[in-house]
Design a protein around this ligand. Structure first.
Ligand code: C5P
Length: 336
């Protein structure tokens, strides 16, 4: 772990998968401005990795009394589109966990400012926690990259700071950070309602093979929902066919049942996405669907080699294509 001051202390690493929506039904706009959803979440084998470390006098940082004051720093390799300060969801997750666990004075040290001013941290006086984030999930692609990082921070810091909060508590802390965070804390396959935060695990047999197609221009989730308000109507399409295909390990049925009510809204904002989706089907995919609010498109194939063939056929249309499988478990923790 990179750091500039103090002795290296305990360390925890978490690998957290991306999420996809196999079904996303929008039931209408709610009084609080969010939209009422019925969605089937599943984790996908693209991962972010978060390493959290504690720097300070041995043992001090994990003592409940010492946890009352903590400094926090963040590094990431996600480029300019990933927030580097308090607006990063992993930092917000650290703050939420800190509040819940009694870290009453959590000071975020902006890395860019700190680099100019070092050495400014006296680890003997105030321990600090370093978050080191490696992005593998497409940024702003509709695959819950930011939410996965928040979930990773909740799980990793719960361990590092010895907070001993259970997953249900982490899940409800996550709901305040973003609609996808509770699912990212749990992983697997789940049916979600409400804002997307009320979860029930569902049975999924087997493994499904996907082509993940990312485009250069990100899409804002809020903007896609606003386009849905302007152009779409609530409906009552049900996820039963998706749930049955998952139970039956039936890729062909799943391909036919994939459904996302945000697609027409995203296609209004990015008409080329509709053409790309058609090209994925022409290339032999069993089904294709916008991932969440997009702009990532997902194509389902019967096998890994089938997915690779579809990926080859459409590669020139996208900034990047990769092959991945689902489901991909949940956050996995390794102590350093
Ligand atoms: O919850 P999250 O911060 O991820 O949501 C981002 C934006 O997406 C919200 O500000 C809202 O505009 C929209 N959204 C929504 N209904 C949901 C989830 C998200 O309108 N169920």
């Amino acid at each position: 772990m990179r750091h500039d001051a103090g002795a290296e202390g305990p360390c925890v690493a978490v690998r957290v998968p991306a999420k996809i929506n196999l079904f996303l039904g929008v039931r209408g706009r709610r009084p609080d401005g969010y939209h009422e959803l019925v969605t089937v979440f599943q984790t996908l084998s693209l991962y972010d990795r978060l390493r959290v470390g504690l720097i300070g006098p041995p043992g001090q940082g994990q003592h409940p009394a010492a946890r009352r004051r903590m400094r926090l720093r963040l590094w990431h390799d996600g480029g300019a589109t990933v927030p580097s300060a308090e607006d990063n969801l992993a930092v917000q997750a650290a703050r939420a966990l800190g509040d819940a666990a009694g870290v009453i004075d959590l000071a975020f040290v902006d890395e860019r400012a700190a680099r100019r001013a070092l050495p400014d941290v006296d680890p003997a006086a105030t321990p600090y926690t370093v978050l080191d984030l490696r992005k593998g999930i497409p940024v702003a692609g509709g695959m819950a990259g930011g939410s996965a990082d928040a979930a990773a921070a909740l799980v990793a810091l719960n361990e590092l700071w010895s907070c001993r909060l259970d997953r249900d508590t982490l899940r409800s802390l996550g709901a305040d950070l973003g609609s996808d965070v509770p699912f990212c804390v749990v992983g697997g396959t789940a049916l979600a309602t409400g804002r997307g935060t009320a979860l029930a695990q569902v049975l999924c047999r087997g493994t499904f093979h996907w082509v993940v197609c990312t485009t250069e221009q990100p899409l804002s989730t809020a903007e896609v929902y606003r386009a849905w308000d302007a152009h779409c109507d609530a409906n009552e399409v049900q996820p039963d066919a998706v749930l049955q295909a998952l139970r039956n390990e039936d890729a062909e049925a799943l391909g036919a049942a994939l459904h996302n009510d945000l697609e027409p809204a995203a296609f209004v904002l990015r008409p080329e996405l509709a053409e790309h989706k058609a090209a994925l089907l022409d290339a032999g995919a069993l089904g294709a669907v916008l991932s969440g609010s997009g702009p990532t498109l997902l194509a389902l194939s019967e096998s890994e080699s089938g997915a690779a063939a579809v990926a080859d056929a459409v590669a020139s249309r996208f900034a990047a294509v990769s092959v991945a499988h689902s489901p991909a478990g949940g956050p996995e923790l390794a102590k350093g």
